[in-house]
Design a protein around this ligand. Structure first.
Ligand SMILES: NC(=O)c1ccc[n+]([C@@H]2O[C@H](COP(=O)([O-])OP(=O)(O)OC[C@H]3O[C@@H](n4cnc5c(N)ncnc54)[C@H](O)[C@@H]3O)[C@@H](O)[C@H]2O)c1
Length: 254
């Protein structure tokens, strides 16, 4: 208990259940953080924040389109006014497009880059500015993917966005290291969330086959990612920045 006590955290894309964002928000709240759950779907963010409060945690919901610079200004501004600053930002919101190159339209490509990569730029930029303004150290955690590390057919746009997040994260970490603003990326493998369920619904019967390709033999649970994020958000990770943490049951070890 209390690993992020008295910290103020924002988790984007925290509405979906099951989802990585909602698991991360719940885990941070369990360990004492005041958590802001944001999502483009306000009702789902409200529901997750209410669940956290029902469990005794501190949480509020905010409607937030992570591709909008104006939304970022409003969200970080509102949190800073309410709480005096912000310590932890989890750039988690994301979408997947599973089109092969012949079917991948410029609109699809741009949308994936906007939601998965431009959002991380906007959020990191705004978070760093607020952490500097308050002279606070901080932890920014960008949710990338194993798709940033190894290739998958049909995931060109997604992989490009997630690989962008990987080196974007390291570049900013280099700029902010002396100020103790730590910036790290987390690379989940296949985790059982709303996004992953939708992918398996598109190709029924593939779940067992997919699990068999994972050295540990099963998909991960959202809490597996949340535990890694919690560690990086906490002071236990005070000497870790510019790092990429893979949580994938061994998918990318060979
Ligand atoms: N589930 C996996 O196996 C897996 C693996 C690797 C990486 N990831 C990454 O983890 C993150 C979370 O994935 P998930 O599986 O929990 O997805 P999910 O689809 O279950 O949840 C994503 C959430 O993001 C929200 N969102 C979408 N567009 C948004 C926008 N423009 N602004 C704000 N919110 C928006 C959705 O409403 C949803 O609540 C994503 O970045 C995803 O790419 C997931």
């Amino acid at each position: 208990m209390g690993r992020v006590e008295a910290k103020v955290a924002l988790v984007t894309g925290g509405g979906a259940a099951p989802g990585l964002g909602s698991a991360i928000a719940a885990r941070l709240a369990e360990e004492g953080a005041t958590v802001f759950v944001s999502d483009i779907d306000q009702a789902s963010a409200e529901a997750r924040a209410a669940e956290i409060r029902d469990g005794g945690g501190k949480a509020s919901a905010i409607r937030h389109d992570v591709t909008s610079e104006r939304d970022w200004d409003e969200v970080i501004g509102a949190i800073a006014r309410a709480e005096g600053g912000i310590d932890i930002v989890i750039n988690n919101a994301g979408i997947v497009s599973a089109e092969t190159i012949d079917k991948l339209t410029p609109e699809d490509f741009t949308r994936v880059i906007d939601v998965n990569l431009k959002s991380v730029y906007l959020g990191t930029r705004r978070a760093v500015a607020e952490m500097r303004r308050g002279s606070r150290s901080g932890s920014i955690i960008n949710i990338s993917s194993v798709a940033a590390l190894v290739a998958h057919a049909g995931l060109a746009a997604y992989s490009a966005s997630k690989a962008g997040v990987l080196l974007f994260t390291k570049s900013v970490a280099m700029e902010t290291a002396r100020e103790k603003i730590r910036v790290n990326s987390v690379h989940p493998g296949m985790i059982w969330t709303t996004m992953q369920q939708a992918s398996f619904q598109r190709s029924p019967g593939s779940l067992e086959a997919a699990a068999a390709t994972i050295p540990m033999g099963e998909l991960g649970e959202p809490r597996d990612i949340a535990n890694c994020v919690l560690f990086l958000a906490s002071e236990e990770a005070r000497y870790i920045t510019g790092a990429a943490f893979v949580v994938d049951g061994g998918m990318t070890m060979r």
